[in-house]
Design a protein around this ligand. Sequence first.
Ligand code: PLP
Length: 465
Amino acid sequence: MDMLMFELNKNTTKPLYEQLYMGIKTGIMCKQIEVGTKLPSKKKLADFLNISQTTIEVAYAQLIAEGFIVSKPRIGFFVEDFDELPYIETKQVELPVKTAEEKIIQFDFHPGKIDTDSFPFSLWRKYAKDLYDLPSKELLQIGEAQGENALRSEIAKYLYQSRGIVCEPEQIVIGSGTEQLLPMILRLLENDSNFALENPGYSAIPRIQLQNKAIPIPVDEDGLIVDELERTNANVVYITPSHQFPTGAVLSATRRTQLLHWAAKAENRYIIEDDYDSEFRYTGKPIPALQGMDQNNKVIYLSTFTKSLMPSLRVAYFVLPSTLLKKYKETFSYYSATVPRFDQHIVANFMRDGHFSKHLNRMRKIYRKKLDKLTHIFKMYYPEVIITGDQAGMHILISLPLSISEESLKKVAAESSIAIYPVTDYLLKPIEYKYPTFLLGFGGIPLEKIEDGIHQLMQCWGIAK
Ligand SMILES: Cc1ncc(COP(=O)(O)O)c(C=O)c1O
């Protein structure tokens, strides 16, 4: 073998063993070095290239590990036969063309935005710093599939104190967001089930799984119309009783009882209660969860830290009735938890030390101030705009005295760098609205910018002060 083929460059940052390994490997792959060829001994090659024997040893060891050469004791190193990798000629796949630079949005009224200025970064950092250290080394191993017991216990305590829910940590399953947990619930109840959804409603569910199969149930100012549900063949209903998304309606007491009665009438009937933003209620008493009223193991309670902490955390959970636990374990025994253990413990410790409830109290005041400002501006300058859903959460609905389509209004707003979301985006089945209606999320708009944002929006729509 021609030893001169290796040109090693001692002036680059690439290690010599790597250059040597690559040189021989390329030679073998291009068939410049034939199968069966005996490579020079380590000593010979080291002398020839004027480098250490260790360098040769490392390069040869790598080639052996990858199966390019074999070492025959006391005889030498030989090039191995190897199967060539299949090469399939493929057409060049066109990557999506990058659109011209994204337009800067001045005001984004998306209902999913939170206030980022008030997040307790230093406290959170402390909890994260404390955890990422040797005493927590056990957290490097895989954790419990349902989520960490520490976090499930904190959630159980919190649910009891703030939502009237009595449950054991064993009934709680933690996952990376409602979006990830909902399909699990739907799968759990899948056999012969017909699912009913609120219309308008949380658009992620039909997008996630149900598509055209879901039965839309209308909603009015008292929440889901249970009479309508009773007229269908649905046996599972997804509902946001404390704060209907997106209308903001609260399920009335009569309808709560009616719904629980409906569920109790058949063994396979269930209610999926999504309590996504119950922490943020600004008037009256908190609305207790349906789960706490249920005597028949019919409610699967679902909630999230998306509004109460941050959407990017991706931590949500559901509480299963004890009757479904066995089936849950059978169905999902092969799945591991989807939230990193360290993140789960940060949240658990934050809750354990009382910071979660303090954070909620602070945030409630901040959002209430934003909401008050928003409604004040409308009352003061634009009384003809109808506001609904202003008792809770981080968005309201506005209906405009205009006969222009929502799509056109959205476009006009976008031209003024304002992002706004029509209620029709959340429909499973078309509804004729008397006026164009939009969701107006205020969580992500700084308090001092709210007034300007509303004026700019109204101005671009030609609604005069
Ligand atoms: C009705 C409803 N449920 C749940 C969520 C939260 O989803 P996730 O936990 O996947 O962030 C949202 C969105 O903010 C929502 O509007």
